[in-house]
Write a protein that binds this ligand. Sequence first.
Ligand code: GLA
Length: 389
Amino acid sequence: MEVFDVIKEAFEETFGAADTQKYFSPGRVNLIGEHTDYNGGNVFPCAISLGTYALVAPRKDNMTRIYSMNMADKGVIEFKMNGLKYNRAYDWANYVAGTIATFEQAGHTATNGFDIVIYGTLPAGAGLSSSASLEVLTAVILNENFNFGLDMVEMVKLSQKAENEFVGMNCGIMDQFAVGMGKKDCAILLDCNTLKYRYSPIKLDDCAIVITNTNKPHSLVTSAYNERRQQCEHALKKVQAVKPELKAWGELTNEEFDKLAENISSPIERLRARHAVRENQRTLEAVAALENNDLEKFGQLMHDSHVSLRDDYDVTGIELDTLAELAWGVEGCIGSRMTGAGFGGSTVSIVKNSAIDEFKAKLEEGYTKKIGYAPSFYVADISQSTHKI
Ligand code: GLA
């Protein structure tokens, strides 16, 4: 049965028959460039075919009723379309409500509500941006139905704002950008300082992108994430005292940073900033390597990225470290690193097709032995961005 047939059944059971619109919004995996977006650096993510499907029927009044087949225990969540505020009772639907509220604040006011059924293939809490997927999905539904005429980058920015201001996660722009601007079989090299971007075709020949989910139960990502961001901002202020023209860590080379580092009095903040600078340079090097078909170098830089996220940025943890270390030991694994915010979530690895079975077996065995439960694996297809079907 096609995915929308299954969603249609759930829709009719929940809301009754109606004329519906179909949408798909992808998740994302970041190949390299982690915790660089809010530091004015480069990122290199792609949209993936795991994502969020939605059937949507406009209503005559301004109520929205929304139901997720993945969160059946939360039931149907309802709200009015205007003057929305964060509400714990909305649970996962705060990402939807937040985007609607942010649109309204920007002058794009919805004039009716919707009945919506959502079905997601992204594992929640896996660091694959199920939240950005929902936000950009909501943005596209609003833009389509009310002819706001917004372009995708504007919708991406509003979606990020919803997450920052409505949900309180002080994220950068990478996730929403990857979801909204992704292109089939390409990664996006995005300079988060200027929002200049270009597509880089991903031709891995005899290799695949394998995502491995730690399945770590949900941790307090938001507070730890916001703290890292604050540490980087605080360190930047220290350096701006001697170099006022510096606007973001992404502007510095490694050598320039090393000369300025002594101005950051806190050793922890110095490490955080060092990661931001080096990871940004590493990202540019990695894209050049990939475009030169030097996959081995790309893999080495993925490894270095993980080590920096572990030692300087302290966002990995035993689960991600265990997966990465096991992956580095598999012949046929070209590179592996944590992806996304960290503190759990997933690793991304480039693995020779012929080695995928061995890769899965070794990681499953080693991880389960050490951590006590199994990881999950997904071979990623690089997908296009959020769209109406
Ligand atoms: C989360 C955030 C992104 C980015 C990554 C880390 O996914 O939403 O903006 O900062 O973490 O690279």
